[in-house]
Design a protein around this ligand. Sequence first.
Ligand code: ADP
Ligand code: MG
Length: 575
Amino acid sequence: MGRPPSLNELLGSKSRIKKDGLVKPKFLSKSEREKLVEPLITVHDQQDSRSRPGKREVVELSEDEDRQDYVKPTVVKRTKFNFDWNEDSDTLAGYEPIVNQRLSSLLRNEQRKSALELTYMGKPWQEKTLEEMTDRDWRILKEDFEITTKGGSVENPLRNWHELGILGKELENILVKRLGYKEPTPIQRIAIPNICRKDKRDFLGIASTGSGKTLAFLIPIMTRMNNSQPRPIAVKTLEGPKAVILAPTRELAQQIQEEAKKMIDCWNLQHPQHAYQVVSIVGGHSLEEITFHLSKGIDILVATPGRLIDSLENHLFSAKQVETLVLDEADRMIDLGFEEQLTKILNILEASSEVTTRRQTVMFTATMSPSIERIANGYLHKPAYATVRGTEASVPQIRQIIYHILTDEQRFQKVKALLSEYSPPIIIFITYKKTADWLAQKFYQETSVKVTVLHGSKSQEQREHSLQLLRTGKVQVMIASNVAARGLDIPNVSLVINFQVPKQFEDYVHRIGRTGRAGSKGTAVSFLSDEENPEIVKAIWKYSRDNDPTNSNEFDYSLKTLYKLGQNEMNEIIL
Ligand code: ADP
Ligand code: MG
């Protein structure tokens, strides 16, 4: 075998190049290039059967390409189009770019699940066994449920209640058969396996209201208890609770306790000898009452920060065995100024802890803010973070109607008219207690509608009673202050009326969020006068304009003129 030609030889004399059949590089003149155009179009047309008739193309060769060696029209530059083809000759008609759609959503639609897609994509995750799941499948699953995680080594979400065997058969039966929770919600999918980790890694979950956060921490607490030795009552009384849940308001604490009780009552039926106890201690309950409850031996304690500190300082129970601490609605706790109290609680728990392994801290919030970030950094140790973006089903389906009505009397007449259109339960929010009492009186005098009143000056017992009356349908209407605005879950509220708008815009969002929960539709009607804070009016107007899932929001035109809404928009954009 001869030696390979050197570079010099390759670039050498004309004769050598000719001998090897090579052609000397040569630049074409413009006229020579133009002559090439016609034959090359033919080549291109033959190759691309989808070329459209009537289309004229100009093929431009790059400067250094040789005319004779040219075989494929690689550099095709269309300089001129005549859109003169018929509709039916457009092969792109009906073309749907599947890359713009979520492939998994295509796959969920059986009709579109073509053999071709299956060949290229394999089975969708729903049809795979656990062993068949690839990293990519897990990613798609997370995308499907709009779950994002961070913090490294975060456990994969649940595909269903049973698969990983985390919950155990009995608990699964209670959830599905007794309580009717067929599938976990997205936040439950990601929170449960992460909170149930053996190493008790801390967890921070961010998900909107109504997304099922309560069970996302109650199920792991229950699971952990089921997996450990049953404790006789005497031991429980000595050791204290295994889990402590902190909630910002009394009503929320009680709601959590009730949700836990539903699950626990079913469990206790089958395990009467080791029945679990969940107790809530909130402001308004007497120390004697609390002591009585605690003496029965508790497993789960739900509390508001203030009451918990009282009880810990008065040594009403021991906190040495607390394995899981949950901070629910952390954003609300910060808003209400509980940050200092939280630090105190954590310090007391730390000092009294006797848990052999570490104590787990779990935090849930609907919004992420710098202060949440700060307490997460301060209280959580290398947590797994999981965020669930609002999915279609969890975007509250609330229709917002904003009326311009001046006097309380006129507003009451409007309320009466609305009550005949909507079914109970209905919540009417007021800002001043005086109005609440006046309104209740009006209902009593002029209608046969049964109402209950809930505001901060009522005793705890009265507040609980009010909620119970509304939940059980004994009254149709609840007149409430902001106390009831956040987090409370009263099923099937069809209508929320802002008889008076709140002082803070944020409360508007929370108030109207009492309706349209868990995928059902709701309506929020608000009354505005001539003398509102213009900032609030503007914020409500913008919010109702930008959040209109049913495309039927209404904002009284006279308010727009009065408060000059939308008039400076152009200036704002230009500036
Ligand atoms: P959040 O705390 O996120 O605001 P909640 O825990 O109060 O939400 O739950 C909202 C509603 O959803 C409750 O009525 C609850 O019973 C219901 N829920 C919770 N988990 C499920 C589930 N897996 N399937 C169906 N409904 C659920
Ligand atoms: Mg909640």
